[in-house]
Design a protein around this ligand. Structure first.
Ligand code: SAM
Length: 189
């Protein structure tokens, strides 16, 4: 499968992680950042308690390359309300994925911005989010995880192409290999 460069995916996705809690969510929010980056999102905004999570995602992104950005938002509502693009909230109560994706893609393809704010929660999300979002989308109607929901949604949005993104300026790179581990360490920069 041909590699594609960053920026060639058809939509620009920013993930908004709501309700980040100290200690308890550090690992999950870090995984959210890594999954967002690896599955084609451009940025992560973390909202909730402030800690070192953002810094650790930044360090990992620098090591593995690309231009993924991570920020903290003190005011998630303002982030959502001022978003210039489509707002999608992932929730087990939402619309069925396939039907929702068809509408979301039609909206995005007809717009000039092609920007998506993709929201996931930690614990219970504020009730008003359901009306602030343009789309409330379920990845099946069973409770599972924000990390799994994010991965499935992004993979379905990009139809697998995101897995072949080439991340520029990587210090660490893996050479796919059927037996054992092949990792390349770059001494550029
Ligand atoms: N009890 C919480 C609630 O009522 O919102 C569920 C929290 S769940 C651990 C954390 C996040 O995972 C949710 O806010 C949602 O974004 C995501 N999530 C979990 N299951 C999902 C599903 N089936 N479809 C879409 N998103 C899901």
């Amino acid at each position: 499968v041909a590699e594609c460069s960053e920026g060639t995916l058809p939509y620009e996705v920013t993930v908004l992680r709501l309700g980040h809690r100290l200690v308890r969510d550090e690992r999950t929010s870090t995984h959210l950042g890594l999954v967002a980056r690896a599955f084609g999102a451009k940025a992560l905004i973390v909202s909730g308690d402030e800690d070192d999570t953002i810094e650790s995602i930044r360090k990992l992104s620098q090591m593995w390359g690309g231009s993924f950005s991570v920020q903290y938002s003190m005011e998630w509502r303002r982030t959502v309300e001022s978003w210039d693009g489509t707002v999608v909230h992932l929730t087990m109560y939402g619309d069925v994925l396939d039907a929702a994706l068809e509408k979301i893609k039609a909206d995005l393809d007809g717009s000039t911005s092609r920007r998506v704010l993709l929201i996931v929660g930690a614990e219970k999300v504020p009730a008003e989010l359901y009306s602030l979002a343009d789309y409330n989308v379920s990845i099946g109607n069973q409770p599972h995880s924000e990390v799994a929901a994010l991965a499935v949604f992004l993979d379905r949005l990009f139809m697998g192409a995101e897995l072949y993104t080439k991340f520029g300026n990587a210090r660490m790179k893996i050479m796919p290999n059927s037996i054992g581990k092949k990792q390349v360490v770059s001494d550029e920069d």
